[in-house]
Design a protein around this ligand. Sequence first.
Ligand code: PLP
Length: 376
Amino acid sequence: MAAGARLTIDLAALAANYRTLCAQVAPARVGGVVKADGYGLGAALVARTLIAAGCEHLFVALQGEAEALIPHVGPVPVYILNGLLPGGEEACAQAGAIPVLNSLDQARRWGAEAERLGRRLPAVLQVDTGMSRMGLPPEEIDALLARPELLARFDMRWLISHLACGDDPADPANGAQEARFRAIAARFPDVPLALDNSGGAFQSRGHFNLVRAGIALYGGTPSTGPNPMRAVVALEARIAQLRTIPAGTGVGYGLTFQTTRETRIATIPVGYADGWPRCLGNRGSAFIAGTRVPVVGRVSMDSITLDVTDIAPEHLYPGAPVELIGPHQTIDAVAADAGTISYEILTQLSRRYERVVLPAPGLTSPPTPEQRSIPA
Ligand SMILES: *Cc1c(COP(=O)(O)O)cnc(C)c1O
């Protein structure tokens, strides 16, 4: 094993999470959000698994992500959440990607491209219902509705908005956004609606026509309360080196940890360059044979030091397994220790890890671009 750690991606768990979400939000459907390379797990891999499980809508953030993904997903539509940057219109239409129109300016430019091509173009319209990030503000919605000839250039697939506090069902901002969304939706009759992300999916109300699910698919906690999703990733490192040092000895950069007893130190070859947060120095944990071992000293670029003094010697040898993410330490637990969210832990997972993909038995994904280019 030449890599510092092995990242295992469980596609059966991913597919199970997709089905859990489908049951949760029915009769609404579930679209898969595979931006940021499928939250770090591989956009094409994730997308193909979701499609095999029945997913019919995919969301990315960037046009480049859409262009890279489309050859892998057959006819399944790929929507660009961040919308259309100036100059990207022609390539977007050519790729068959579907932009989310987040401003009147984006609508005008996509409309101009439709006119140039002499055909209607598919689009999604996002309206801002209170997050002040993306989507048309109220005055731009009025301006767009005052231009029926522009709207007529689009095959409008969805009207969407996004929740600022979706992960907290008790937050009154959710109800306020939902009410504004309903009022705007009434002005776009016949356009299907999508408001919720993973968190919104677990709020006890209707979910319109489609939910855009990201983190819950990948096993992160979608909402306050217990996590109903299955873990999709596991990360196992191996001990590179063991040392026994006396009391009063410093460990790691800056010697920020000083031993107070004779201490066994295990060094593992994972560091902040692998996306293991540097702020976990003297704070984070790993598990050996199911027992917690604290990180001592700073997290280096390529390694971490653990205090393994209390671990039975038979578990301590070069090459011995060390759990970083797994049954004893979820992505949410790592995130909480680091003062962040599971999204950030997942999307920073290193390309240096060995990646092992556990298949989802019984699921047939669409043909790869290579397979499709072979004449039948
Ligand atoms: C990222 C994103 C999602 C998915 O959010 P999760 O919380 O990961 O489910 C949905 N909609 C929009 C607009 C997003 O940017």
